[in-house]
Ligand binder design. Structure first.
Ligand code: DC
Length: 222
């Protein structure tokens, strides 16, 4: 099986680019952030806030997260309910970042991610795919762009969906989330030693996609 690990900070275009890359290669695309968002949603529904002063293990023991592919598109299920849209709000993003710093949450989601890569050719994106989840991935890419570029992309996405936010809110949230993700003790966001850096600051989507496909083709025999 071939696995392409794509890590990087929020808003680098990871999910859109990874999806398109997978489509292009005929691989499945696994968005691991959606798994953390789903766990975050469960904790919100249990009344927790980002401080997570609750029985994390107890709640996880009573939680089922599933990932299913409908027409090659990933859907995530929380206790049997399709929450693929519900996990896309700014508050779900913050909650995802909070739960993702907790070791029992990372352990809870690890095997599911590895199994997907054992059984399928995958493009998997996240924060620790090349460093922790798939240390032997066929190709590892660290995808990034300037904070301004990333916040602008995320802001445009949210506005398009009709979300009522300001650019400053999106920018501040993003910087805070980057900080959390890079400074947590467990599986922090960082470039794996053997990952190839793809900096797409100022790139149009098509140029970023071409860059990723070029890196993948140069580093595999496909
Ligand atoms: O990629 P995203 O914005 O949907 O991710 C949501 C949060 O989940 C992000 O703040 C960090 C966390 N995450 C993680 O810790 N490890 C991953 N492999 C993917 C996401």
């Amino acid at each position: 099986m071939i696995s392409v690990a794509i890590d990087g900070p929020a808003g680098a275009g990871k999910s859109t680019l990874s999806r398109k890359t997978a489509e292009n290669l005929g691989f499945i695309y696994v968005d691991t952030g959606a798994l953390y968002r789903t766990v975050g949603l469960k904790f919100s529904r249990m009344g927790a806030d980002t401080e997570l002063k609750c029985d994390i293990e107890g709640i996880l023991a009573d939680t089922t997260v599933d990932i299913r592919f409908v027409d090659c598109e990933q859907r995530v299920f929380l206790d049997g309910e399709d929450v693929s849209e519900a996990i896309r709000t700014p508050s779900a993003s913050m909650m995802a970042s909070a739960v993702s710093a907790k070791p029992p949450v990372r352990a809870f989601l690890l095997e599911m991610q590895r199994k997907l890569a054992r059984e399928n050719n995958v493009v998997m994106d996240g924060r620790d795919i090349g460093t922790v989840v798939l240390p032997n991935a066929t190709v590892k890419i660290y995808l990034t762009a300037s904070a301004e570029d990333r916040a602008k992309r995320r802001y445009d996405e949210l506005v398009q969906k009709g979300t009522d936010v300001t650019f400053k809110e999106v920018y501040d949230d993003m910087v805070q989330r980057d900080y959390n993700d890079m400074h947590r003790e467990i599986a922090p966001l960082k470039q794996a030693d053997d990952a190839i850096l793809a900096d797409t600051s100022g790139y149009e989507f098509e140029d970023s996609l071409a860059l990723l496909l070029k890196i993948i083709k140069e580093n595999t025999n496909i």
